[in-house]
Design a protein around this ligand. Structure first.
Ligand code: NAI
Length: 332
């Protein structure tokens, strides 16, 4: 039995977190939940967006499933997602992009994973106003962080028996920064002879993702390119309700959906829990329970394949609770 920190979060968070709990119970996942609050709900109760109870729980368990959290507007509050990435050095943002057979989308047969470097590049926040009308931002790339994300991508490819890793860059123009990123990943690739290695320039990659997305397997890329490519990927497979993600470091990992707290539909039993369920399935892979992860993914696929058992965002008629029951009914 593994203890996992569970943060239901805000808005639709508690509804979709409940769905994860029920599906995990149905598949008898060897997981015990330690439920703690973060975000607006926590702030209203304790005056803190990230209460010490969460910090202690996550330090202890090292793995969390997190529902979306609302960052209060105004008052100088920093996004707790950014804080969490920095506090626990969660340097890899991993987003699987896979479409479900039978669910209408732009393409069929898409099955890629985008591994985005989460700690440097233009997101380092080194920005200056030099004078009126002139500003400068610095793109920071280090061999250490580039090799680290390269190893993460290749290790993931090996674990999931993937065939190819593609590094996406713009080294033709940014010869020092992107050149260093490309060279670092190339160096790492030598340790994984069984996995095919290639590289692609980011603008071409965008075009190829839209015209021939089935060619991609594992993509490893810098922070900004990864941010853009992963949202492009979410659009390709049918939208936010289906896009899962994880923020992973050497010691800690947080699994969460890409979408936010959707206050417009909160508390109405309308949310699609698929993205958080898929994130939870990736958590099962991460703790070595790959067959159980597959079980969750397969039951979701069976559920989405039937137009009668889809949620409203996908044109269906089921609410969160009924959809969860349908997924449980499809567990084999
Ligand atoms: P959002 O992703 O919450 O919602 C955008 C649209 O997609 C809304 O119409 C919503 O109803 C719909 N939607 C989102 N998830 C859905 C689901 N599972 N099922 C059905 N429909 C869904 O983005 P928005 O409105 O920009 O942000 C709302 C709040 O969420 C903000 O406070 C923002 O800061 C926060 N947020 C939190 C994130 C996190 O904790 N990881 C990530 C993104 C935003």
């Amino acid at each position: 039995m593994k203890t996992i920190t569970l943060v239901p979060g805000d808005g639709i968070g508690p509804e979709i977190a409940e769905s994860v709990k029920q599906v995990f119970e149905a598949i008898k996942a060897p997981v015990r939940w330690e439920q703690v609050e973060c975000g607006l709900t926590a702030y209203e109760k304790t005056g803190q967006l990230m209460p010490q109870e969460f910090v202690d729980s996550f330090n202890r368990n090292k793995i969390a499933i997190k529902g979306p959290t609302t960052t209060p507007i105004g008052g100088g509050h920093r996004s707790i997602n950014v804080q969490m990435r920095q506090m626990w050095n969660l340097y890899a943002n991993v987003r699987p992009i896979k479409n479900f057979p039978g669910l209408p989308s732009h393409y069929s047969g898409i099955d890629m994973i985008i591994v985005r470097e989460n700690s440097e590049d233009l997101y380092k926040g080194i920005e200056y106003k030099i004078s009126e009308g002139v500003a400068q931002g610095i793109k920071l790339i280090t061999a250490e962080a580039s090799e680290r994300i390269g190893r993460h991508a290749f290790e993931l490819a090996r674990k999931l028996k993937r065939k190819r890793v593609l590094v996406v860059h713009k080294a033709n123009i940014m010869k020092y920064t992107d050149g260093l990123f490309l060279d670092s990943i190339k160096k790492v690739s030598a340790n994984y002879p069984e996995i095919e290695f290639g590289d692609m320039i980011v603008d071409n990659c965008c075009m190829q993702m839209v015209t021939k997305p089935t060619q991609f397997d594992v993509i490893v890329t810098e922070n900004l390119y990864g941010d853009i490519l992963s949202d492009l990927g979410a659009g390709l497979i049918g939208g936010l309700g289906l896009a899962s993600g994880a923020n992973i470091g050497d010691q800690h990992a947080i699994f969460e959906a890409v979408h936010g707290s959707a206050p417009d539909i909160a508390g109405q039993d309308k949310a699609n829990p698929t993205a958080l369920l898929l994130s939870a399935a990736s958590m099962l892979d991460y703790i070595g329970e790959l067959p159980l992860g597959d079980k969750v993914r397969e039951s979701i696929a069976r559920t989405l394949a039937n137009p009668e058992t889809r949620t409203g965002d996908l044109g269906g008629k089921l609410g969160t609770r009924a959809f969860t029951q349908a997924v449980i009914g499809n567990v084999k």
